[in-house]
Design a binder for this molecule. Structure first.
Ligand code: ZN
Length: 507
């Protein structure tokens, strides 16, 4: 066992991550991500900002009720009604935390809050005291701390620790700081503010200059013991520190950092895929740790080295993040037991009914695609999960297309309405086949919607690859992502559109 001090991992994918432009997650999607974060064994899940909307309140409350193990945090401004909402949402958590924040830099105090430092100090103390009446575990964040006057920062932290804060988070809200500068700032806070040894020092870094992970690691060397971030580096603007990078940097360079985390790193890859799948934010191929090329050696010299001894060019074992070494292909001759054991290797535990259904889908896929590999199975599982979500009102039954260079594309669509149990069909023509499909669906599902993005990604290499369709839909104030996959990209497109419409109905 390591004697190293532990770094607490605070995940804010569901709060800061969800704030990212264009991501609007449904309650069941948030709960699914929260379950996976628990499997990853993060220490704290920031589940949302309950005062921001009734929907967010409900999601946080459900996560607090369902997820045992990690601490569940809820965000609140220094406003009494925000703190009440935060507590209302997390009061049933096994281990609840209220996270209170207020602007602390003069730029923000003057221009945004239109107040002065004394007001901010009073509001912060008042609200931390209020939160403390509900909950022992209180985190306080002086927003824009990296641009806050040092003396005022000390004053504010000293007062909020005295008022009951148990974690002090120093955010680089605008992603402005440099690693050596941030390290000094954290050291100065720890050395100059009384009682910092009785609380946990945390950091929350943004990636505007591409330094969020570096700044987080620099803070660790200064004594920070909690790191906040998001899976895949999601978050406001350029995002937060990518947690998988922070975690694997700590894991790989334990010799230098002398700290460790309690993370189950074998769940990293799966968590990254799930978050990308649900949010519709793809992971760039050359992304550290979880990119498709992160463990691929293209140069002949490197390949030669890795074949002789992995450590020649590999600093991490792909299996340590849960990339299965088992790349044997399945085919239509593979049986139910083979499929089951492969799915278990990938981290999916299925009931008998689920396995039956998956096996049926697998057979259909293997008929169209000669070789079925792990990525195909993952996409199959997420497609199935999507169609199983209980709130789905509409389900695609079939798509028929007539199209060609000399013909106006025409689509016939059959959809099942799960509330009335009726199957309805419609035919429409369009400027292209996808347009024809979407017009035919619009005839059947009456929601005024704008299609902001449509794209297809091939899941694997080869001409018979599964196409994963992703659409971004907007209706009134709601933004949703719809996804669907099939070996036929027109079927994927229809599924993705219906998936998005289903979400808009419940949002
Ligand atoms: Zn943030």
């Amino acid at each position: 066992m390591s004697e190293n001090e532990k770094i607490l991992i605070f995940d804010t994918t569901l709060r800061d991550g969800e704030q990212s432009a264009g991501i609007g997650l449904t309650k069941s999607e948030k709960i699914e991500i929260a379950h996976q974060l628990k499997a990853l064994n993060v220490d704290i899940i920031e589940a949302g900002f309950p005062a921001s909307s009734p929907g967010d309140f409900e999601s946080v409350a459900q996560i607090a009720k369902e997820i045992k193990g990690p601490t569940i945090a809820a965000l609140a401004r220094c406003i009494p009604s925000d703190i009440e909402a935060a507590w209302g949402a997390i009061k049933n958590a096994e281990s609840p935390r209220i996270h209170v924040f207020i602007n602390s830099s003069d730029i923000q105090i003057i221009n945004q809050l239109k107040k002065n430092r004394e007001d901010v100090l009073n509001m912060a103390v008042y609200c931390v005291e209020q939160a403390k009446k509900y909950c022992d575990d209180i985190e306080f964040s002086p927003m824009d701390a990296s641009r806050t006057d040092m003396d005022f920062l000390y004053q504010l932290i000293e007062a909020t620790v005295k008022a009951g804060a148990t974690t002090i988070n120093i955010p680089d809200t605008v992603g402005y700081t440099m690693p050596w500068e941030f390290k000094k700032r954290i050291e100065d806070v720890i050395n100059n503010v009384p009682n910092m040894d009785k609380v946990i020092t945390s950091v929350h870094c943004h990636n505007d200059l591409g330094l969020a992970v570096s700044n987080s690691l620099a803070a660790i060397t200064a004594g920070a013991r909690q790191i906040e971030g998001c899976i895949n580096g999601l978050g406001e603007r350029a995002g937060n520190a990518a947690l998988e990078e922070v975690i694997m940097a700590i894991d790989t360079r334990e010799d230098l950092l002398n700290v460790s985390t309690g993370i189950n790193t074998k769940q990293i890859y799966k968590t990254s895929r799930l978050v990308s799948d649900i949010t519709g934010f793809p992971v760039q191929p050359n992304k550290a740790i979880v990119g498709a090329n992160a463990f691929r050696h293209a140069s002949g010299i490197h390949q030669d080295g890795v074949l002789k001894a992995k450590s020649t060019f590999e600093i991490m074992d792909p299996e340590s993040i849960g990339l299965s070494g088992n790349s044997l292909v399945l085919s239509k001759l593979s049986g139910r037991a083979g499929l089951k054991s492969r799915l278990e290797d990938l981290g999916y535990e299925l009931t008998k009914e689920e396995l039956d259904k998956t096996f049926e889908e697998f057979k259909k896929l293997a008929d169209k695609k000669k070789e079925v590999i792990n990525q195909d199975l993952e996409i199959l599982m997420s497609d199935q999960k999507r169609s199983e979500r209980s709130e789905n009102k509409y389900e695609l039954i079939s798509v028929e297309i007539e199209s060609g260079s000399e013909k106006q594309p025409t689509a016939n669509i059959k959809i099942k309405n799960n509330s009335s149990n009726k199957i309805e069909s419609s035919t429409s023509s369009g400027t292209g086949p996808v347009d024809a499909i979407y017009k035919a669906i619009d005839n059947l599902i009456d929601i005024k919607v704008t299609l902001n993005e449509w794209r297809i990604e091939a899941v694997t290499e080869g001409i018979d690859a599964i196409g994963d369709a992703i659409v971004r839909l907007e209706s009134d104030d709601s933004n949703v992502i719809g996804r669907g996959s099939d070996t036929d990209i027109l079927v994927s497109s229809a599924k993705a559109y219906i998936d998005g419409l289903n979400k808009l109905i419940i949002n």
